[in-house]
Design a protein around this ligand. Structure first.
Ligand SMILES: [Zn+2]
Length: 262
């Protein structure tokens, strides 16, 4: 592993994580429909994994690299926090200024059609795969195998329910099974693009790695807080959503601990 170039490692890791979307897309062949309650539970579980990954695999390693490379805790924590706020701010700006739909909330207004809403949901999932891929790319390119592996496994796993949710939503709207699975699969391909960009940034500006890890963490936190939690609580499934989010966090803690060399 260590002889691979960090950019290649980061890109391959994000490509591996995007296989989770392919698995989720393929699961559409095994089910008839996804109930809203099940969908909220699945997406909340994905949010829990993303939440733990933000801290465990991005912000915490960012602080550690920062202390290592700057030799100063105050500088390290400042750089990571600045990166995190920038990551959240960039996503807020994108969110604010692009036509965009929340994960599965409805757009208000009489002109909205069900189909347009569905496609905005598909686009929202696709777009959020970009910072995710970036996070995996940066984490895997950082050179710490345990962090990179935990992040790849965690993000790969939370892509499964997301891929399934997209495929199920398309099928419910009348698209064929093959077409639904195919489109869901394509939403995952944004992830290695983000991975290439993230690992390249980490490689070309390694002194900024703590800030880049913070940026990726901030982008993830933004999506969790601004998109997934509100949308999964909207239909009265907050109990199952909260339980599921905690299961996601627990799963990521298990990954992180088991992959850490003893
Ligand atoms: Zn996700």
């Amino acid at each position: 592993m260590s002889e691979l170039h960090p950019i290649l490692t980061g890109t391959l890791a994000s490509l591996a994580a995007s296989l989770g979307t392919a698995v989720g897309a393929a699961l559409i062949y095994t089910i008839r429909e996804l109930k809203p309650r099940t969908e909220d539970a699945l997406l909340s579980g994905a949010a829990g994994i993303m939440l733990a990954a933000s801290f465990y695999s991005l912000l915490q390693p960012g602080l550690e690299y920062g202390v290592q490379s700057y030799g100063d805790q105050a500088i390290a924590v400042t750089v990571v926090i600045a990166g995190m706020l920038l990551g959240g701010g960039v996503l807020w700006t994108i969110h604010r200024y692009t036509p965009h739909e929340h994960f599965h909330g409805g757009r208000e207004g009489p002109d909205s059609t069900k189909l347009a809403r569905l496609w905005l949901f598909v686009i929202a999932i696709t777009l959020h795969n970009f910072p995710e891929g970036m996070a995996v790319g940066v984490g895997a390119a950082s050179g710490d195998f345990a962090t990179g592996a935990a992040l790849t496994a965690g993000i790969g796993l939370q892509n499964v329910p997301e891929g399934l949710a997209v495929a199920a939503a398309l099928m419910a709207a009348g698209y064929g099974r093959n077409q639904s699975a195919g489109i869901a699969f394509l939403t995952g391909l944004v992830e290695p693009v983000g991975g290439l960009l993230g690992s390249s940034a980490a490689w070309f500006a390694s002194a900024l790695l703590p800030g880049i890890l913070g940026f990726a963490g901030g982008a993830m936190l933004y999506i969790i807080s601004d998109e997934i939690i509100p949308e999964t609580h909207r239909k009265g499934h907050e109990d199952v959503a909260t339980g599921s989010l905690m299961m996601g966090v627990a799963l990521m803690l298990v990954f992180g601990t088991l992959l850490e060399p003893a």
